[in-house]
Design a binder for this molecule. Structure first.
Ligand SMILES: Cc1cc2nc3c(=O)[nH]c(=O)nc-3n(C[C@H](O)[C@H](O)[C@H](O)COP(=O)(O)OP(=O)(O)OC[C@H]3O[C@@H](n4cnc5c(N)ncnc54)[C@H](O)[C@@H]3O)c2cc1C
Length: 398
């Protein structure tokens, strides 16, 4: 197993690095590098910039307008974008519903939806979770009744990330209440402008409006918006979750945050000595870096297997657990690095251009909210406890 990049892959890395340096707008880079809130317009601008270059749909095959990159090239691309301060591409359209439409959608659906996902013209959100159906997703209750040429949808979804901006939502709905839970589920594409849809914000620990509840009351959905067969949605849902786990380790992001941690810890404090000179603190930073390097090697092993056309298996769960734990550990060290300056909870300090009275150095103000926000990492995409169950069953055979 060769884990080194080939000369071509190395050249590709340089090309992506130069592109990000040249094309990423400075105000977006500033927000990302300092953990500030991004607006929808920031995401759209970056996606359109990538689209012009033909790079917006990094994981798509050529036949659907993607660049046809190998798994290693996709990884290098994401790593360089993260290191250069580019926003993470919102995955719901590009990485979640698009692969499902490619694999299970009909030609009309592929032609209708995929180009607008690639160009960023239409935004998607994910409608899987419900109150009482998160880890145990198959127990979902949102009901869709087949009335011939359309379904009538009633029920509730929750935790819908960026649903307030979405043009479309892909939903798991119950179309058969008699069958076993996994058998009676269908996969619907629902226009968010349909009458009967209500989006309500959920404000998270850090004071941000990132997630929502979405209510459906007698929402009419044409049958042609169903992907694949009726009652076979669980198969498509699991296929999508496999894609959701790919790249969830966030190694590029963790590397960027580690660099930020080192900058913050190297800043001079009141006593004139930077915190990184403290051997105990330096050892904790070093441990995070070692863990990250080990994770990167594991990730390269997974990618190397993919290059040899072996599908990624339950090791994606290891990547998810370790990747999210490392990001959370780095955010905790960042918090410790600024000590009491991170204590005042200042939601407004997360906005770029905030002019308030600073408490401590300006980089300290957003760190408290950043720390709180990152607690989500071990919950979404399948909680880390659920990933451990997968590892114990699929790898350890327990
Ligand atoms: C910030 C954020 C964004 C999200 N975005 C979306 C989105 O866009 N779309 C969407 O559909 N969903 C989204 N989710 C929902 C997410 O997928 C669920 O929160 C997650 O699957 C956990 O489900 P739950 O919240 O119902 O918790 P529960 O399933 O009730 O779990 C509660 C606790 O019990 C543990 N637990 C549950 N079952 C087991 C078990 N069998 N073994 C061991 N421990 C167990 C869990 O690990 C957790 O700690 C988001 C969640 C968050 C926090």
């Amino acid at each position: 197993m060769n884990l080194d990049l080939t000369p071509e892959e190395q050249a590709f890395r340089e090309e992506v690095r130069a592109f990000v340096r040249e094309k990423l707008p400075a105000h977006i880079r500033h927000k990302v590098m300092n953990g500030l809130h991004l607006e929808k317009a920031d995401h759209v601008l970056w996606l359109r910039t990538l689209h012009e270059k033909g790079w917006s749909a990094a994981s798509w095959p050529r036949e659907f307008g993607g660049p046809g990159w190998s798994p290693v090239e996709q990884y290098v691309f994401e790593e360089e974008c993260a290191a250069g301060g580019a926003p993470r591409l919102i995955p719901f359209g590009l990485k979640m519903v698009a692969p499902v439409i490619m694999a299970f959608g009909n030609r009309a659906q592929q032609e209708r939806y995929l180009p607008k996902i690639r160009s960023g013209e239409e935004w998607w959100c994910q409608g899987y979770s419900e109150p009482g159906a998160g880890s145990d997703l198959a127990s979902l209750k949102c009901r869709a009744e087949n009335r011939g040429d359309h379904y009538v949808v009633n029920g509730q979804k929750t935790w819908n990330t960026l649903g307030q901006h979405a043009d479309w939502i892909f939903c798991l709905v119950r179309t058969d209440t008699e069958a076993k839970p996994q058998r009676g589920i269908s996969f619907l594409l629902i226009d968010m402008k349909s009458p009967g849809i209500t989006v309500r914000p959920i404000i998270t620990l850090d004071g941000a409006h990132e997630v929502n509840e979405i209510w459906f009351e007698d929402v009419k959905v044409p049958v042609e918006n169903r992907v694949g067969e009726e009652n076979q949605g669980w198969t498509y849902a699991k296929f999508l979750l496999g894609h959701e786990r790919t790249n969830i380790a966030g190694i590029g992001i963790a590397k960027r945050e580690l660099a930020r941690l080192k900058r913050v810890a190297a800043a001079e404090r009141k006593d004139g000595r930077p915190l990184i000179d403290d051997p105990l603190f330096a050892a904790r930073v070093a441990q995070a870096e070692i863990d990250l390097m080990a994770l990167e090697i594991t990730n390269l092993r997974v990618l190397s297997a993919e290059k040899e056309k072996r599908a990624p298996g339950p090791e994606a769960s290891i990547l998810k657990i370790k990747g999210t734990e490392i990001q959370q550990a780095i955010s905790e060290l960042l918090l410790q690095a600024v000590g009491p300056y991170a204590l005042p909870f200042r939601r407004e300090a997360m906005a770029a251009g905030w002019q308030g009275e600073p408490v401590g150095p300006d980089y300290a103000a957003p760190l408290g909210a950043w720390y709180l926000n990152l607690r989500k990492l071990s919950i979404f995409g399948g909680s880390n406890e659920i990933q451990k169950n997968i590892i114990s069953q699929m790898i350890l055979g327990l």
